[in-house]
Design a protein around this ligand. Structure first.
Ligand SMILES: [Zn+2]
Length: 286
């Protein structure tokens, strides 16, 4: 059993970025400062499937990842994420206002995801009725809208902290094969703790949803900016409302077992736009 007692802020990786940039011939050759600094959001973990990376370019630069434009803040900071299924190299391109440009290949490390085979289960799982299916459809559409959110909030670059203390009871990317049928991978991190254990956001941000949903129960989503959104599910209570700004450490609710949950735990999710990321990859080592 691992107990998560670290609540300290993750040190910003900019020191690491500077170290990387120093080895970069592009930056060494120019007097105007580094063109591109990019590093995993948690130091020393490498670019990996399910990971978040933070970067910095001269203000006013254009950045794209695999051809898709990435939002760049007024200070030149940006965030990019890698999917669970990301294959091969990701292509990061930057074009600075002074005419310099660079294309960097980031090799995305493969990870081994947990696979659990469970056979001999009874088939008679309860299926949602028509009314529940309609509700599930509405909620999916709403979440899909939130995934498009690419706000200018700067908090994605401030480091992340554990949102609750407890035992890790489920990891990101794991997949169950029930009676030979593969289920959708688990796209979050489960932290088990007694009902009522306080939950705080991973970082400062704006509440973009605080609602009771069919699968995830009482659910809060917090936007940290540039498409980085965290999710807190199965809460026994919600202490915040949509639109509210939250400081790091400010309680947003408490651990529970609402929605489809077998026991009290926090299901913690993290997205970069539509890409689900591993929350543990951006949190301090437990
Ligand atoms: Zn979960």
């Amino acid at each position: 059993m691992r107990h998560l007692t670290r609540r300290t802020a993750l040190a910003l990786p900019w020191g690491l970025l500077a170290a990387c940039a120093g080895r970069d011939p592009v930056t060494a050759a120019t007097a105007a400062g580094p063109l591109l600094e990019v590093a995993p959001a948690a130091a020393g973990r490498g670019f990996s499937q399910g990971g978040l990376a933070l970067g910095r370019v001269p203000p006013g630069s254009r950045v794209s990842l695999d051809g898709r434009a990435v939002r760049v803040g007024p200070d030149g900071r940006f965030a990019i994420g890698f999917a669970r299924e990301a294959e091969g190299d990701a292509r990061l391109a930057v074009a600075a206002p002074d005419g310099r440009s660079e294309i960097r290949s980031l090799s995305v490390l493969k990870r081994d995801w947990q696979v659990q085979r469970i056979n001999g289960l009874p088939q008679a799982m309860v299926s949602p009725d028509a009314r529940q299916l309609a509700r599930i459809g509405r909620e999916r559409a709403k979440l899909a809208e939130i995934r498009k959110l690419d706000s200018e909030l700067p908090h994605f670059a401030e480091g992340f902290v554990w949102p609750a203390q407890g035992r890790i009871s489920g990891v990101f990317g794991s997949q169950r094969i029930l009676n030979g049928e593969p289920r959708a991978p688990h796209l979050g991190l489960d932290i088990a703790a007694p009902t009522g254990t306080p939950v705080t956001p991973m970082g400062a941000g704006r509440v973009v949803l605080a609602e009771d949903l069919y699968f995830t129960g009482q659910t809060v989503l917090v936007d940290h900016g540039h498409g980085v959104v965290s999710l807190y599910a199965h809460l026994s209570q919600m202490d915040v409302r949509t639109g509210e700004m939250l400081a790091r450490g400010q309680p947003l609710g408490a651990i529970g077992a609402t929605g489809r949950a077998t026991g009290p735990h926090l299901h913690l999710g993290l997205h970069w736009l539509t890409t689900a990321l591993d929350p543990q990859a951006v949190l301090p080592a437990a």
